[in-house]
Design a protein around this ligand. Structure first.
Ligand code: CDP
Length: 205
């Protein structure tokens, strides 16, 4: 069984996906980390944002997603690139790569090849990648709430974080619509644990 948790930037998808995965005893997979890994490669190869040649540059050593319930890691060969994937420069550059159909197809192939069951989190897990998922959720919250949550993970000022989130939502809009059969959860007034409990209750029915 596959469970999908999609949502806008910094809506708490990873924390919630990890909690749900732990409660169910399965791994979760973070699709965003693969888009971030593509972006890191583009930056390190000094390509312009959204340059499709990034896929050729990745070929020699494609990023490998290692899903676990506690957290995901991304490897390129022997190098654990995970700590480099949450920088502000990756946040700023990722949407340009995620807009490329060829990049999306590459990420989708990686995800579909992973052993099931799992909880999948991202933007289009319930719509495009795993439309057959057994249960689908979509997380939202106001930009201010999301910026406040993310400010503990980034060195930038709150207003700058909020502006960047709003801009990234707009750039990601094409792949971010909730699935028609997803339960939409506004997490603004809820703790992460409350969202996790709500989803687990829904799944266990
Ligand atoms: O945690 P946050 O929502 O800030 O980011 P993420 O889930 O790691 O996603 C990073 C970026 O990857 C997004 O801004 C999208 O551009 C892209 N993405 C996507 O297009 N489709 C997905 N399924 C997941 C991420």
């Amino acid at each position: 069984m596959i469970i999908t948790i999609d949502g806008v930037a910094a809506s708490g998808k990873s924390t919630v996906a990890s909690g749900v995965a732990r409660a169910l005893g399965v791994p979760y997979i973070s699709s965003g980390l693969l888009y971030r890994a593509v972006t890191l490669c583009g930056l390190e190869e000094a390509l312009a944002g959204g340059d499709l040649r990034v896929l050729e540059r990745l070929e020699a050593q494609p990023p490998r997603l290692e899903p676990r319930a506690e957290g995901n890691q991304v490897w390129r060969g022997e190098r654990d690139i995970t700590p480099d994937l949450h920088a502000t420069r990756i946040d700023a550059g990722v949407s340009a790569y995620a807009a490329l159909p060829e990049v999306r197809a590459w990420v989708d192939d990686q995800l579909r090849g992973l052993p099931r069951p799992f909880v999948a989190e991202g933007r289009d897990m319930g719509t495009n990648v795993f439309p057959q998922a057994g249960a689908k959720f979509y997380l939202t919250a106001s930009p201010r709430v999301r910026a406040e949550r993310r400010s503990s993970e980034r060195p930038d000022e709150l207003d700058a974080i909020e502006a960047a989130l709003i801009e990234r939502d707009a750039r990601d809009a094409a792949q971010s619509a909730p699935a028609a059969d997803a339960l939409v959860i506004d997490t603004g007034e809820l703790s992460a644990q409350e969202v996790i409990d709500l989803i687990v209750r829904e799944v266990e029915g």
